[in-house]
Design a protein around this ligand. Structure first.
Ligand SMILES: Nc1ncnc2c1ncn2[C@@H]1O[C@H](COP(=O)(O)OP(=O)(O)O)[C@@H](O)[C@H]1O
Ligand SMILES: [Mg+2]
Length: 258
């Protein structure tokens, strides 16, 4: 449990000036392991900008589902932390390692139940930075990016996992090779084959499926088309296995055969 330790008055011996600015109007909080962190502009420990007060080189970057994402610009690192004793995704750290080693995601440095530390990926997410305010509409990977992103997704699926949270803030892009982020909702593909297909159907908003080359590109487009046509609404009520699940299973069988 997180507790409000005290109202906190920053002083100049406690870190860099940047951090001190962030700490103005600040609630000091404690993690279950006794380490302390701060919430800037917050009266409570559970809401607001989270700031690390024990290691001033970590700067708050963004708030995650279950914690915060912090950046160490000097070392070029990103760290995800969780709050209120919540857990990371079941497969999150393991897949970060797997995908990082394969060059499809930022490389993992260390992971524990409290933090996941990885390389800072170069570039930007396509949604926030390329078309502010326009959502995913009209934003697409170029041809090389699309092909490399497809390799990343196929690799993950072949290793038996679905990403499970495919959207345009889950990729950092600079140059030809987008980096896939965030395995927090990844699941074993066999447990729900539809999730793997949904990585494509949801990713279709920006992955530029038409640009994916070769027979793999054709196959992916074909599966996406058939999966969309086989939506739950088109499955007769009495049919035990929904048509879309069948298409998704067929997709996984194809992946296994590659
Ligand atoms: N390794 C990284 N390099 C650069 N930016 C990152 C990295 N990891 C996360 N981010 C940034 O933080 C955001 C949230 O990270 P993410 O892992 O998706 O957390 P959450 O599980 O909260 O969605 C990303 O959209 C991206 O902007
Ligand atoms: Mg995310």
């Amino acid at each position: 449990m997180m507790i409000d330790v005290e109202r906190y008055t920053p002083s100049f011996d406690e870190g860099s000036r940047e951090v001190l600015v962030a700490l103005f109007d600040f609630a000091a909080c404690e993690r279950p392991d006794g380490s302390r962190y701060g919430i800037a502009s917050g009266k409570q420990c559970r809401k607001g900008r989270e700031v690390d007060i024990e290691n001033a080189s970590w700067e708050y970057l963004t708030k995650g589902n279950y914690g915060s994402v912090e950046i160490d610009r000097k070392q070029g690192l990103i760290r995800k932390t969780n709050i209120e004793g919540r857990d990371f995704g079941e497969h999150e750290a393991k897949l970060q390692k797997l995908m990082g080693d394969a060059g499809f995601s930022p490389k993992l440095h260390r992971a524990s139940k409290d933090e996941i530390v990885m390389d800072l990926a170069p570039g930007k997410t396509i949604w926030k930075d390329y078309r502010p305010g326009e959502g995913e509409k009209g934003v697409r990977f170029n041809e090389k990016q699309a092909n490399n992103a497809a390799k990343a997704v196929l690799f993950l699926h072949r290793k038996g996992f679905s990403h499970g949270d495919m959207h345009s803030l889950q990729w950092m892009v600079e140059g030809d090779k987008p980096m896939l982020l965030d395995f927090g909702l990844a699941k074993r593909a066999a447990d729900d084959p539809r999730k793997a297909m949904q990585d494509w159907t949801k990713g279709a908003a920006f992955l530029n499926l038409n640009a994916i080359g070769g027979s793999a590109g054709e196959k992916i487009r074909d599966f996406v088309q058939r999966y969309k046509e086989a939506g739950p609404a088109t499955t007769p009520i009495k049919q035990r296995v929904p048509r879309e699940t069948k298409v998704a299973r067929e997709y996984l069988a194809w992946i296994d055969s590659l």
